[in-house]
Design a protein around this ligand. Sequence first.
Ligand SMILES: O=C(O)CCC(=O)C(=O)O
Length: 354
Amino acid sequence: MEKALSGLREDANDFYVPRVIKRTKGPITALAFLRDYVTPNVPVIITGLVDDWPAMRKWGDDDYLCDTIGRETSVTVAATPCGRADAVHTREEDNVEYFVMPEERAMTVQNALSHMRQSASTNLSSEESTDDILYVQTQNGNLATEFEALAKDVEEELPFASEAFGQKPDAVNLWIGTHLSTSSLHKDHYENLYVVIQGEKHFTLLPPTDVPYLHTQEFPPAIYSKHTDTHTWSVQPQTDTDKVPWIPVDTDKPDLQKFPKFKLATPVRCTVKPGEMLYLPAMWYHQVSQSSTNGDPVIAVNYWYDMAFDVKYCYWRYAGRDVSRRRYKYVRSHPLIASYWYGKGQSCMSVCVV
Ligand SMILES: O=C(O)CCC(=O)C(=O)O
């Protein structure tokens, strides 16, 4: 098996994995998109497609966002002490590594934005900051629900992509955060078109053929919780649910002693700037950080289209077969995690698996 995987790695490097993520100027036809990027399963940054979206002019203004969503309207915001939600952390009390989900808070956009601006303007890193780190990132089609009032400022679907995939997007998600939040390495079973409206997003991408080198393990689930009386954070284990398969490697500073196979992985880095759209093919692994100037929130919208469970998916399952079966069982069978990933009360089938 090891020999076969090493051959796969060599072939992937020779024939498939890009060394840099190409930029192409839109518009792009469905045919060209399908032929040049979807079928070969390679990422690309498409420019010039969203310059005239009202969001590009309007969303930089906090007053516009607050007035449009409603000054008194509560939305769901993820909160953590460290900026890494849905990531592996060691809990001090028992020295056990958990997959930790964020605390979800209901708050007004006005409060969320002013908190984000304040924390971002200190220019501290997430390790140095003592603020609660907030991130709008529910990944459940929130642009059609909680943030519906903003939906008119972007396109409901991307015509070239809907034509290429033969369907409308399954979910359109709004992301609002700061440099203090990072999304840990994972993959989604979605074709992803990720549009940056303000700030920059820094993606580390790894092809699906890297599955053997990512040290996927199963971790007990837990949730961050802030105690209102003591103002301290704790990690609350979720004892009634199964373990979660996740990747513990931080691609920005991989611990190669602990995760030696990761040195065989082939990360490719790219930055997506305002007005640009990253096509992140289904089954590509990604870790995402973000930055902006003047403490401005980093704002993005992404379109998730259902992927085709075709031969590429079978190859990926084969290359990572020791972990892939269990993860499906897990996602399908646990109400807490399923509702988390599928979206609460949504039809969105966000199967975010590692
Ligand atoms: O923007 C982020 O923080 C993460 C994006 C992501 O994971 C996704 O679009 O699937």
